[in-house]
Design a binder for this molecule. Structure first.
Ligand code: FAD
Length: 822
């Protein structure tokens, strides 16, 4: 009976931890179990007394707050303060900026899936849809990507004029200032569509609508600044750019050496209080054509002209590009995707004080402004462009692999190609869901600091894999540049998207988990704030409060991790249908594992975790994949659980879960302390690592889905630009695909006849004529076959040029040659 009692106490404690029962209820429950055994069983009095003493020794100090604080919290607080990472002002700003949404739920170890499924999912308004169906379609029709990227290295004047007239540069500017006042969702949809046609145009539209003068003015500008600049920016009368990066300050943007000194100087005939700027910026998008430069610099007030503070910190000013001393206009050449990008230098450039965004009041608040707004831009721009590019690759590659034949079979029928195509489709599904979810978060009022870093990193990394896969499947067709090539420029430009808006290695290693662990964790930030409180008594009180909730949370997650691992999460309570319930269970299991591993990492490494980038990056991978899976499941539910899409969802889901296992496994295997390695390993993977990569049969189903027209394929690739008109090679692929499929049985008949020696390979017309004569096919069928083969010939064709044309391109004179030729 003694052992029954021991197991009952243990069982109750495990169950209480699993369900996250609080300390008081656990204490009462344990007391009840002890009392019950005393009253109704024959356990010896000695054993009961012994267990009661042990229980009291644990429960009393934990429940009596004054004892707990004195004996436990206070000594721990002293230690904690020593372990606490020192945060620079800029790191503190980054932590304070933004809000916590679904990612916080993933960090709890027990996500409330109903709240995800109940979350609103706004759609485009009628006006937004009309803009997409009207001006955006019209713009895409106007674009000739080869002419833009190769011959002009610029948009043609009529495209610039159209962009300005239709207010493409004012999507985020409110309607009252003459902008379009679009939602994040509409902004995403516009960028997605344009990027599926032309990266140069996509970048040109993206930048004024991302972090830059318009965004800064909308949020922080003075009324005068808004009234003057916003209508001009909306109509494209001003072209903006934003200059932060310089030769010595790239990823470490807070180290900019550029200065602004507050001084008095003559300006337009008067002595004016203003700022003398000296700076050297590079890589600035739209700088060569900009009329107004948003400039970040460090502001100093050595003579105390606006207050006591001499070193005011990073500030942002709007500097007209014709200001004396400003050097602007030359161009960098980013990887053959020639959107306007170039350096800006300034020597003793003087601007009045009211050039500061937000006026003198916002002097020194530049970094906060940038960080707050960056999370919004990052949630939309690159994820939308990645989605547009990936969808185009998926659509075109699926069709091409059915149309292109080698060894007498469509290349998509070969298992090697299938393997690559299934990844391409799965990643496209994931990117699309991820970018939709982060844009939705913005529309729901979030400033999604952590999801925007997840979206930036993972959408561009997956898009990089997608374009590589598409290139591999297209073979030489993807390599030979020219108007017929719809992949090459995207492939060339990919490293740009990896590098901008927070280079990817840095984003993965420092931002996702580095910020996520502190921001999303239910207690860490609160403990840190308590530990830093000046009022020691209040600080201890707060610290104690959060610490003991934190300990309960950690124990709960350790137990949940182990129990869910042992049971393969079979009994975790999850919503939804039979097919996806097991997906939610797996996510619940790994959410508990992430929460537990994060706590162990933070507790054992303390401030050193900041420098353990590999651990931080891998834990960030787990958080990211949990977020991506949530986005995919939400999308699947919203679309009405289409059964036909199941294989793609399943492929993308199993791939993500396998990545979670790999990342957690690498954390366990590489943790510096052996004891921690054993602890983590046994709690997270009690039966070892059993997740598998998506299987071959699943991959086969997915690649089949990509190779013929269907609702699933349409849903996967919706929102990109396809035109049936000549000059749109992907449109031609789509037009040809159903006809190619319809004529496949005829091709098989011809092939059989060839093998039987009835027909000879060679001249197509002769072969068809003979096939009709021999009644292998009808005359009607021969006509259709001839037409389809002509289309296929055009599809597989690549471009070739006169040497002069290419030589001229290298020297930038192609347009002249083209004009001459015309
Ligand atoms: C085409 C293009 C357009 C751009 N447009 C603009 C613009 O409009 N305005 C603007 O201000 N800037 C712009 N940028 C700048 C861009 O934001 C920077 O290139 C980017 O911040 C990285 O800086 P860097 O290129 O100097 O690389 P570096 O900072 O030198 O980084 C090199 C590598 O080191 C890694 N790294 C650095 N620190 C760490 C760390 N602590 N942990 C792990 N890895 C680290 C980075 O991830 C990167 O892989 C643009 C850049 C390009 C190429």
């Amino acid at each position: 009976m003694f052992w029954v009692l021991i197991f009952s106490l243990l069982g109750f404690s495990i169950s209480a931890a699993y369900h996250g029962i609080n300390l008081l209820n656990w204490t009462l429950g344990m007391a009840l179990v002890l009392a019950g055994f005393t009253a109704f069983t024959s356990v010896s009095t000695l054993a009961i007394i012994l267990l009661s003493v042990i229980f009291a020794a644990i429960a009393v100090p934990l429940n009596v707050k004054s004892l707990r604080r004195q004996w436990l919290s206070e000594p721990f607080l002293v230690m904690y303060r020593k372990m606490l990472p020192t945060l620079s002002d800029t790191e503190q700003v980054a932590l304070d900026a933004g809000t916590v949404g679904w990612e916080g739920e993933l960090f709890t170890g027990n996500p409330d899936w109903d709240s995800l499924l109940d979350q609103q999912w706004p759609e485009l308004t009628e006006a937004e849809q009309a803009f997409l169906d009207g001006p955006v379609e019209e713009l895409c029709q106007m674009l000739n990507p080869w002419e833009i990227s190769h011959e002009l290295a610029d948009l043609p004047p009529e495209v610039w004029a159209f962009l300005k007239e239709k207010r493409f540069f004012g999507m985020i500017i409110p309607v009252e200032y003459g902008g379009l006042g679009f939602s994040a969702l509409a902004h995403r949809a516009v960028l997605q569509k344009i990027s599926s046609v032309c990266a140069v145009t996509g970048s040109t539209v993206a930048v004024p609508n991302s972090l830059g003068p318009a965004e800064l003015l909308v949020h922080y500008g003075t009324d005068e600044q808004k009234d003057y600049y916003l209508p001009r920016l909306a109509k494209g009368k001003e072209i903006p750019c934003f200059g932060l990066t310089g030769p010595t300050a790239g990823s470490d943007a807070t180290s900019i050496p550029d200065t602004g000194i507050i001084c008095k100087q003559e300006h337009k005939g008067e002595q004016v209080l203003g700022i003398r700027l000296n700076f050297d910026k590079r890589y600035i998008t739209l700088a060569p054509v900009a009329t107004i430069v948003g400039l970040a610099f460090k502001l100093y007030d050595p003579d105390g002209l606006i207050g006591d503070k001499k070193d005011l910190g990073i500030s942002v000013a709007l500097v007209p590009s014709d200001t004396p001393g400003l050097e602007i206009g030359t161009r960098h050449f980013p990887l053959n995707v020639p959107f306007h990008n170039g350096p800006i230098r300034g020597k003793d450039v003087f601007v009045p004080l009211d050039a500061l965004v937000g006026g003198a009041e916002m002097a020194g608040h530049g970094w906060r402004m940038l960080i707050e707004l960056l999370s919004v831009g990052r949630a939309i721009t690159l994820p939308s462009c990645s989605a547009g590019g990936a969808k185009l690759c998926a659509l075109a590659t699926g069709a091409y692999s059915r149309i292109r034949k080698q060894f007498n079979l469509p290349i998509g029928r070969f298992e090697g190609v299938e393997e690559v195509m299934s990844r391409l489709a799965g990643y496209t599904y994931a990117i699309s869901a991820l970018s939709r979810m982060t844009a939705t978060a913005v529309d729901l009022g979030e400033k999604p600091a952590v999801p925007s870093a997840i979206a930036k990193y993972h959408s561009t990394e997956m898009a990089r894999q997608v374009i590589n896969d598409a290139m591999d499947i297209h073979g030489g067709k993807g390599i030979i540049m020219g108007p017929r090539n719809y992949l090459g420029r995207g492939y060339q430009g990919m490293p740009i998207w990896i590098t901008v808006e927070g280079a990817n290695i840095l984003t993965r290693s420092m931002m996702i988990f580095g910020q996520g662990a502190i921001r999303c964790h239910p207690y860490v930030l609160k403990e840190m704030e308590a530990a830093r409180m000046e009022d020691e008594v209040k600080g201890l009180e707060e610290f104690d409060h959060h610490l003991f909730r934190h300990i309960g949370y950690s124990i709960s997650n350790a137990v949940r991790s182990m129990v869910l691992g042992l049971s393969f999460a079979r009994f975790a309570a999850v919503p939804t249908d039979r097919k996806t319930a097991r997906y939610y269970r797996k996510l619940t299991r790994y959410s508990a594992a992430l929460a537990f591993a994060s706590d162990v990492a933070m507790l054992s490494l303390g401030g050193k975790l900041k420098h353990k980038e590999r651990i931080s990056a891998r834990l960030g991978d787990v958080l990211s994949q949990l977020y991506i899976c949530s986005a995919m499941l939400k999308r699947y539910e919203i679309q009405g659980r289409p059964a036909a899409d199941q294989p793609i969802l399943a492929w993308a889901f199993h791939d993500a879960i396998y990545k979670i296992q790999t990342a957690l496994g690498s954390v366990v295997d590489n943790f510096p302390s052996r004891a921690v390695r054993i602890l983590l390993g046994s709690f997270i993977f009690p039966f070892g690592r059993h997740e598998r990569q998506p299987g071959d049969r699943l991959g086969h189903k997915v690649s089949q889905l990509m190779m013929s027209p269907s609702d699933t394929r349409n849903r996967l690739t919706d929102g990109i630009f396809i035109s049936a008109d000549a000059g749109n090679p992907v449109g031609l692929l789509e037009k040809a695909l159903p006809r190619v499929i319809a004529t496949e049985p005829l091709e098989r008949r011809l092939h059989k006849a060839e093998i039987a020696g009835e027909l000879e390979a060679g001249d197509l017309q002769n072969q068809l004529r003979k096939a009709v004569t021999l009644s292998i096919i009808t005359a009607e069928e021969a006509k259709e076959l001839a037409a389809v083969r002509e289309m296929v010939a055009e599809i597989i064709a690549v471009d070739d040029f006169e040497s002069d044309y290419l030589r001229m391109a290298a020297s930038g004179k192609t347009q002249a040659v083209a004009d001459q030729a015309a």
